[in-house]
Design a protein around this ligand. Sequence first.
Ligand SMILES: [Zn+2]
Length: 374
Amino acid sequence: MFQPMNNPVRSSPSSAATVAPSQGDEARWRAVCERAQNDSFVFAVRSTGIYCRPSCPARRPLRDNVRFFDDCGAARAAGFRACKRCDPDGDSLQARHRALVLRACEALAASEVSPSLDELAQQAGLSRYHFHRVFKQAVGMTPHAYGRALRAQRVAQVLGETASVTDALYAAGFNAPSRFYEGAAGLLGMAPALARRGAPGETIRHAMVDSPLGPMLVAATARGVCAVEFGDSAEALLQGLGQRYRAANLVEGDAQFAAWVQQILQHLSEPAQAAALPLDVRGTAFQQQVWRALQQIPLGTTLSYTELAERLGKPQAVRAVARACATNEVAVLVPCHRVLRQDGQLAGYRWGLSRKAELLRREAAANPQQDEDE
Ligand SMILES: [Zn+2]
């Protein structure tokens, strides 16, 4: 390329005069070059008189022959005709898929017993395999998992109001309590009876210790560790815990609990010593999914939020993934500190950037014993 590096914004008089502010045109041109599935605009080609979707499979025109329009109507008004290959006036593939998936979601929400994958696919007019893929891409989980999440959500809602767990089970469309407990423990992160706000009647053991990263609060339900938090003041940490579990019975940790705290402390000073403790993390199905993925990032390595979103099959959900990381309450054991910004910057950390940097430094120095050929 022979253009000077510091290229001022070009405004070729012939194109800039007719197209309203040309800001964003470079991004639009990039989308055209990449054949992006983007239906927020169309592009027209002067030499052929035709307008296309950015995703049109036809050969790319010269940049200088291209004009951008916000919609098909504007392109037609300027005298262009619709391309026959990409049919910019018709519904986009994306829009059609979105409509199909929405209809399937409604069907799942409307029925007590989830329709089968075959039924859903048939209704959408797609093959079983294709429907499964389209659904997962749009929703981020399989139709089956979505149906389960819906039911769990209904249970949580009902539990807020009714006293009887059994009533809630049947109200939510679960056939038998045993099946419910299997599914709900994973989705709700707790036994259904405990889903009531503030964890009433639940006993939360906790301890405050000095860690290499400052005051550390560890708390656990009967099911597992529910919080590992760092702070500058023990008082503020305890206050936060009390607010979150305001209806629970907070007690000092016992001997078994002290052993858990020791494991976490040891893991902090020697990261290669994994702390394998039961967890009781509580969040939405999506948060749980993100937190599980965090636990799969090996010691001594990092991912970007973008990579994590891709790994979850949700490349569009980078922000939501970052938010889920930020709401993790179990530091270190759910290693949200192993996620960085795309450019390698540390980005945020709930318990302070210097602690994130220190954790990563310790893990990098730990030289984990991993198989080279993995
Ligand atoms: Zn076209």
